[in-house]
Design a protein around this ligand. Sequence first.
Ligand code: ATP
Length: 241
Amino acid sequence: MLSPVLEAAGLDLPGRLRDISFAFEAGAAVAVVGPNGAGKSTLLQVLAGLLHAKGRIRWRGEDLPRIPFLERGRILTWLGQESHADFAYPVKEVVAQGRFAWGDDGRGVEEAMEALDIRHLATRPITELSGGERRRVFLARALATGAPIQLWDEPAANLDVRHALDVLRLARDLAGSGSTLLVTLHDLRNAYRFDRVLVLDQGALVGAGTPAEILTPDLIARVFRVRAEPGAGLGLELPDA
Ligand SMILES: Nc1ncnc2c1ncn2[C@@H]1O[C@H](COP(=O)(O)OP(=O)(O)OP(=O)(O)O)[C@@H](O)[C@H]1O
């Protein structure tokens, strides 16, 4: 078995997370699912070092919170759930902020804008974009970091169906090149595009494994209070998939 690069042990934050442990290897694409208030955003914020919780987080065996700030900025990036922008920076500058931990070297900025289909917006002030366009700018900034741990909180929120599928494919491609991704999702059907799924409920981890193992009708009924009907609904794919 491959050795884990990202390990969490006993993460605990009163009222928000209860004794969460997991370990993922390089190249794992992980969907984090659960009902509203289950703790998904909290978990990503704790991993990103934005919230302090009891327990340990390790990156390649080292205590992640003890790694100096700039070095950590090269290891992980976090995309928050909100896409609000306070300042009217041009889009390209916002994407380039992703290179802060690398001395603002500008590497990968064009490629990230291409991957998120925002090149045509490069000179527009971010405050004058639509919600979905802003989302893609912030995703491009996360991508531009080149960080091997990508923590994305509802990346596809506000995105049209084509751009949402692009983002899910991007997640797969990043995992294919060795990044480890934790991505929160609400549409359980999209969880099947990931290697692994973590199911949170009321702050606790109630399922961890492959989507096929974990997302059983029984678990879905218990956690989400809906009936799962395999094969039902509209299957959407990119045209070349
Ligand atoms: N700033 C905060 N201070 C205290 N408690 C909070 C704060 N933000 C969220 N919570 C609580 O922590 C718990 C987990 O919230 P969290 O935002 O992590 O859930 P989530 O699974 O991401 O939900 P959603 O699907 O609605 O985004 C909830 O009970 C919530 O009320």
